[in-house]
Design a protein around this ligand. Sequence first.
Ligand SMILES: Nc1ncnc2c1ncn2[C@@H]1O[C@H](COP(=O)(O)OP(=O)(O)OP(=O)(O)O)[C@@H](O)[C@H]1O
Ligand SMILES: Cc1ncc(C[n+]2csc(CCOP(=O)(O)O)c2C)c(N)n1
Ligand SMILES: [Mg+2]
Length: 352
Amino acid sequence: MKKRSLPSGELGLIEQIQRDFATNSSAVKLGIGDDCAILRPPAGCEVLVTTDFTLEGRHFRRDAHPPESVGHRCLARGLSDLAAMGATPLAAFLSLALPSSMLTKAEGRTWIAKFFSGLRALAELHSVPLAGGDTSESPGGKNALILADIVLIGYAPKGKALRRSGAFPGDALYVTGQLGGAAAELAGMLGRRKRIASVKTTEDHPHMFPEPRLDVAEALLRRGVATACIDISDGLSTDLAHLCRASGVNAEIEQEALPIHPLAARLGAKSALHAALHGGEDYELLFTAPASARMPTSLAGVPLTRIGTLKARRTSQPLMTLLVPDSGPEELKQGGWEHFAKPSRNAKKKAR
Ligand SMILES: Nc1ncnc2c1ncn2[C@@H]1O[C@H](COP(=O)(O)OP(=O)(O)OP(=O)(O)O)[C@@H](O)[C@H]1O
Ligand SMILES: Cc1ncc(C[n+]2csc(CCOP(=O)(O)O)c2C)c(N)n1
Ligand SMILES: [Mg+2]
């Protein structure tokens, strides 16, 4: 968002957003400015919709996260859900509640401008128009928080969207990219005394600037090989459990096959494994394909790693098993992020 015309009040901010996100996308027949947007999905496609909160104190901290990262991650969360189903983005909608001081004070206005510049950079990268939203003053006076909700509308050819429920016993299990990097970077950020003032590049920042795997998902859909898919937002162990339950299968993971992110590897073997299995917010894809399918080592420039195999559902056996080298199979418990868990549970997991 350009700094020359700083927003004043709700209408000023909306007009600024309208100017900065002007679009000539043929998918948006009517964008920001009326009671509803009018979208035009391509013929022969189904519409996919997802929504995600970005809440101060829960998903980011104003004293730890650069505002560009907050804007980027706000959109990335929704784009990653579209990628998980093989969908192509059509438009985004942003609902934003801001403390009133953020519009009246220069520091607050700068924060808002940087938030939007982070969001817009990712939107431009993936050609996603911002077609609407809502703006409100968040309650709480001096203690008011920044609350954002992003809605993503996407499309996929009729009947082709990938689901969590399509996997079969015997299928191979793959992940994109590397695991544990987001948790490792976040732990480093929360351990610092001051906010990171500016970042030179969005590359190699798995927590601050995750890269939603839209291109990989599109390539998977084109190849028609994936049977099921989910994105890793809450941690591999938790999201794999969702896929297993939805597909009615058990899973076996080979610990040694897990592609550990270098930032996690630096924490030492035990913490690195914990970050990779339970860390969350890596926004990589976890997908399945018949074991006989030929899978390339990378798709759309992103490495693919086979990390395990699905088994027939047996309630007498654990839903998920970890094959540990030199020790044998262990039950893999669902240990990722959970809202409403006791604060110490999620916090302890980060510190370990
Ligand atoms: N308050 C709600 N009302 C209706 N449906 C909801 C509500 N909260 C979640 N859901 C639905 O429950 C399902 C799982 O939601 P969840 O937020 O856990 O998605 P996810 O993709 O696993 O996680 P993430 O939020 O990290 O993307 C989705 O279909 C979602 O639309
Ligand atoms: C300040 C701060 N503390 C902790 C975390 C970690 N965290 C928050 S929500 C979440 C899971 C995904 O969220 P959701 O289930 O809402 O999609 C994770 C791993 C963070 N990002 N910022
Ligand atoms: Mg998801």
